[in-house]
Design a protein around this ligand. Structure first.
Ligand code: SAM
Length: 258
């Protein structure tokens, strides 16, 4: 496999640090009966230990050369199946067949945001997701309102999931060495509500954050009746980063009841 040259366009930075690999597997903590899905198995750094512990493992790999290698490696292991294709287009709910999925991966950083948003459309069938991402993306996912990192991605994800930032991983843990710090995150979809974002939530979050530095009077206030916004407890002289995730949820609920 190592004859394969890392492909930049697929965001390939392969994990080589064994102690980091162990920490990630301990964090995922696969157990009996679970169906794990790994996105981007690459050279199998996480795949081998996951296959050894999972009752069922599905992997999704876009790179045909790497994919062919995974197929060959697990040909005789019936509990491992390989999808050669684009995770952005994979129907994860169908992959789970109604059973809860645990998703994991050292994600290609160039597609991590759209991929997480795509996965959230299947949030109802996902038990949790454990990902290694560029540190800045984890900081945005886990941000609190009123901080610089808090934004549209934060609200879209935290409105549907609990987000726990875990540990950082330095560039030297990979080959080739990336230019950025990495960080593990655990994303756990709420069980009770928001099986996927509603169009109302997407719309109001997009409008509010379209101009981060403007007050909500100048963004939300131009699209929605002030009375409705005020009934939701929204202070129009605040900025989008000041509203809590619950404020956006309350607004989206009111908008979709209109
Ligand atoms: N899991 C391996 C590791 O930790 O060493 C590889 C991680 S590497 C950062 C990302 C992997 O995702 C690569 O194998 C890459 O080919 C694959 N990949 C990139 N884009 C993808 C996509 N859209 N769908 C599925 N896999 C993708």
């Amino acid at each position: 496999v190592n004859a394969h040259r890392a492909r930049k366009r697929f965001g390939q930075n392969f994990l080589t640090d064994v102690s980091v690999i162990h920490r990630i597997i301990d964090l995922i903590a696969p157990s009996e009966g679970e169906h794990i899905v790994e996105i981007g198995p690459g050279r199998l750094a996480l795949t081998e230990p996951l296959a050894a512990r999972a009752t069922r493992l599905s992997v999704v790999e876009i790179d045909r050369d790497l994919g062919a290698n995974v197929v060959a490696r697990f040909r005789d292991e019936a509990h491992v199946d390989v999808v050669i294709g684009d995770a952005l287009k994979t129907d994860f709910a169908a992959l789970g067949g109604g059973q809860p999925l645990r998703i994991a991966g050292n994600l290609p950083y160039n597609i991590s945001t759209p991929l997480i948003l795509h996965l959230l459309t299947s949030a109802g069938t996902i038990r949790d997701m454990t990902f290694m991402l560029q540190k800045e993306v984890v900081d945005r996912l886990a941000a609190r309102s009123g901080t610089r990192d808090y934004g549209r991605l934060t609200v879209m994800v935290q409105s549907q999931c609990d987000v726990d930032a875990c540990f950082e991983v330095p560039p030297e843990a990979f080959d080739p060495v990336p230019r950025v710090m990495s960080k593990l995150v655990r994303i756990t979809p709420h069980r009770d509500r928001h099986p996927g974002a509603t169009p109302a939530l997407e719309a109001c979050v997009r409008i509010a954050f379209s101009q981060r530095r403007k007050t909500l009077r100048n963004t939300l206030g131009k699209h929605y009746p002030h009375a409705l916004l005020e009934d939701c407890g929204i202070n129009l002289s605040e900025r989008p980063g000041d509203l809590a995730v619950d404020d956006y949820i309350r607004l989206a609920d009111a908008l979709s009841r209109r």
